[in-house]
Design a protein around this ligand. Structure first.
Ligand code: TPP
Ligand code: MG
Length: 316
């Protein structure tokens, strides 16, 4: 049974003093993640909005132990920390429940600069949760494009729109044969909470990617973060799924879209909320571009549907 919003813990792990923009999706997501993980957790952060907004020393807006690490080392640092804790337990120098070791990393840190180390940690099956808050750009350094920036989105390094489609790191993680991979959305907080709680109870490498519409980078109103997140799922631009030991299933509204029970809303309804796509809306070839984007999304859903039919051998 899923937890209701009313039942969520009152304890906050993002506390006053944050310098994040009002309506920052990373901060909203981290509040929910903190409630699901509880206080027995250690957070590692690579350079990102979450680090830039941490506050001035000696204060911190996060009431968890935090390690600021360099970009490329998310996999190695979290992997080393969790192994060090295991060694302390083995020697009897640590008692009680092992803290959850987790990375809180942007798409730049996950898709691009940190991918090699994260892939290595996944392959070693290090006992960590890697969270990617995916705002589809390098937001805190001035909105440069990342590997997660979708086709045709305008950024400061792709002012006329990115010409390549995004890669899909959640699917790449799935093929590392790790025990748990999931995607999540701010508009579905109970689904996110459930996934984090589940990951906490699994030993080994867990990957959770949270769609994080950033109003400064994507150019929409600061009050609309959750609404834009919802439109992404409703239009099929963001898919909610999870895979436990390789077995993939769709979640929440995406389950209905994937099974054909519900039609996604037109992609344009989602795109037109964001200034980063305004050049498309004015373009005489708009319909052609929209069709190309739609094909990309259909291909992603088709690949995942196909993957959902795969049954790990022991279940045959
Ligand atoms: C090795 C290295 N290269 C570049 C930088 C500069 N830098 C700091 S944060 C950042 C972008 C991070 O993007 P992302 O991980 O998506 O986080 P966001 O800013 O979107 O929250 C960059 C390029 C750095 N700190 N270290
Ligand atoms: Mg980013």
């Amino acid at each position: 049974m899923s937890v209701t919003i009313k039942e969520l813990s009152d304890v906050e792990y993002v506390v006053p003093g944050s310098a994040a923009c009002a309506g920052c999706p990373s901060t909203i997501a981290l509040r929910i993640v903190g409630k699901a993980l509880g206080e027995n957790a250690i957070m590692l952060m690579t350079p990102s909005c979450a680090v830039a907004s941490i506050g001035l020393l000696p204060k911190s807006c996060y009431s968890l132990p935090v390690l600021n690490i360099c970009f490329a080392s998310a996999g190695a640092s979290a992997g080393g920390l969790t192994l060090a804790l295991d060694a302390l337990y083995e020697k009897g120098r640590f008692k009680g429940e092992k803290p959850t070791v987790f990375n809180w990393t942007g798409d730049g840190g996950t898709y691009d600069i940190g991918l090699q180390g994260i892939s290595a940690a996944a392959e070693r099956n290090d006992d960590i949760i890697h969270f990617c808050f995916n705002n589809e750009a390098y937001s805190n350094t001035g909105v440069q494009r990342s590997g997660a920036t979708p086709l045709f989105a305008s950024t400061t390094t792709t002012p006329a729109g990115k010409q390549m489609p995004k890669k899909n790191v959640a699917q790449i993680m799935l093929e590392h044969r790790v025990p748990y991979v999931a995607t999540a959305s701010l508009a579905y907080p109970q689904d996110l909470y459930r996934k984090v709680e589940k990951a906490k109870g699994i030993r080994g490498f867990k990957y959770i990617e949270i769609h994080a519409p950033c109003y400064t980078a994507w150019k929409f109103g600061s009050a609309d973060t959750v609404e834009v997140s919802r439109l992404a799922v409703q239009s099929g631009a963001w898919l909610l799924w999870e895979a436990e030991n390789g077995k993939l299933s769709f979640n929440a509204l995406t389950a209905q879209i994937a099974s054909g029970k519900k039609e996604p809303i037109p992609l344009e309804e989602y795109l037109k909320t964001q200034g980063r796509f305004s050049h498309l809306m004015k373009n005489p070839k708009k319909e052609e571009f929209l069709a190309q984007m739609q094909r990309e999304l259909k291909a992603e859903l088709a690949a995942l549907r196909h993957r959902a039919e795969f049954k790990p051998p022991e279940e045959e």
